[in-house]
Write a protein that binds this ligand. Structure first.
Ligand SMILES: NC(=O)c1ccc[n+]([C@@H]2O[C@H](COP(=O)([O-])OP(=O)(O)OC[C@H]3O[C@@H](n4cnc5c(N)ncnc54)[C@H](O)[C@@H]3O)[C@@H](O)[C@H]2O)c1
Length: 265
């Protein structure tokens, strides 16, 4: 029998995070789910309860919080320990995407992109790792993005998601001797509210450039999280797995060209 997953999923009111929480809970996981969006978290917990009507398979406990709040990580760890007595999995899924052309970006915006997409997830990793190390077992899976390879118009987001890859590799080396694996998933275009917040003409170009010929689904990511968070992935650590329908091998899009003023058409 597989070891039951016990721990924390962040960004769990969002498109990918809610699908991950529901999938893991359906597989028997007991999880603290967290997000800025309290109503969204409650809808996810209710959906799990109604899908499993009365059975005690899996459990989702909502704890609202802001990833930029330095007190949140300890609150989440104590909530998990109080409710379940241990933590063996952390899925970092909260994130924020904002068009941030570096030419017009304020330092505040750059800092906020780093705080939400990098500092928050790493602070939480730092809070769960001592528990995982002590029990000689743990799994951390963080949502980076294919944007770490470079995306036009998203320097801060790409920087944060790239730094998450570096931090993951470093943590993996530090904790490998203790049975703890640390990995990233780097999705390409997954159909969620975040990706649909991009301008429609960009969405159309991106989807047109995906070799497998479609946008990704939340289940494409959920299946991978389920494997990496589980017991059978113990020989994989420090890795960033691209789930992007082959876009990373087919060349990135560049910004649309605007002809110089006065040029003939
Ligand atoms: N959708 C995609 O195409 C795509 C591609 C690559 C990477 N990702 C990454 O996957 C993860 C999930 O993305 P998604 O598409 O589900 O996006 P989403 O916007 O649907 O979900 C993100 C969640 O993070 C939460 N969040 C944002 N700021 C927060 C904060 N300060 N504190 C706490 N929670 C906060 C939001 O409330 C939201 O529920 C993100 O890390 C994102 O960067 C998504």
């Amino acid at each position: 029998m597989n070891r039951p997953l016990i721990g924390i999923v962040t960004g769990a009111a969002g498109g990918i995070g809610s699908a991950i929480a529901l999938r893991l809970a359906a597989e028997g996981a007991r999880l603290i789910i967290t997000d800025l969006d309290r109503g969204g978290l409650e809808r996810v917990a209710d959906e799990h309860a109604s899908r499993n009507s009365g059975s005690d398979v899996g459990k989702l406990i909502p704890v609202e919080g802001d990833a930029t709040d330095s007190a949140l990580s300890e609150k989440l760890v104590s909530s998990a320990l109080d409710a379940f007595g241990q933590i063996n999995v952390l899925v970092n899924c909260s994130g924020w995407l904002k068009d941030d052309r570096v030419q017009s970006m304020s330092p505040d915006l750059f800092g906020r992109l780093l705080d939400i997409n990098l500092v928050g997830p790493m602070r939480l990793a730092g809070a769960v790792l001592p528990h995982m190390k002590a029990q000689r077992y743990g799994r951390i899976v963080s949502l980076s993005s294919r944007a770490f390879l470079g995306n036009f118009g998203s320097s801060g987001y790409s920087a944060a998601k790239g730094a998450l890859v570096g931090a993951t590799r470093s943590l993996a080396l530090s904790f490998a001797p203790y049975g703890v694996t640390v990995n990233c998933i780097a999705p390409g275009f997954i159909d969620t509210p975040m990706s649909r917040s991009m301008p429609p003409h960009i969405v159309e170009r991106v989807i047109g450039s995906i070799p497998v010929g479609r946008a990704g689904t939340v289940d494409d990511v959920g299946a991978l999280v389920s494997f990496l968070a589980g017991e059978h992935s113990g020989y994989i650590t420090g890795q960033t797995i691209l789930a992007c329908g082959g876009r990373s091998i087919s060349g990135a899009l560049t910004a649309p060209q605007t002809p110089p003023k006065g040029a003939s058409k």
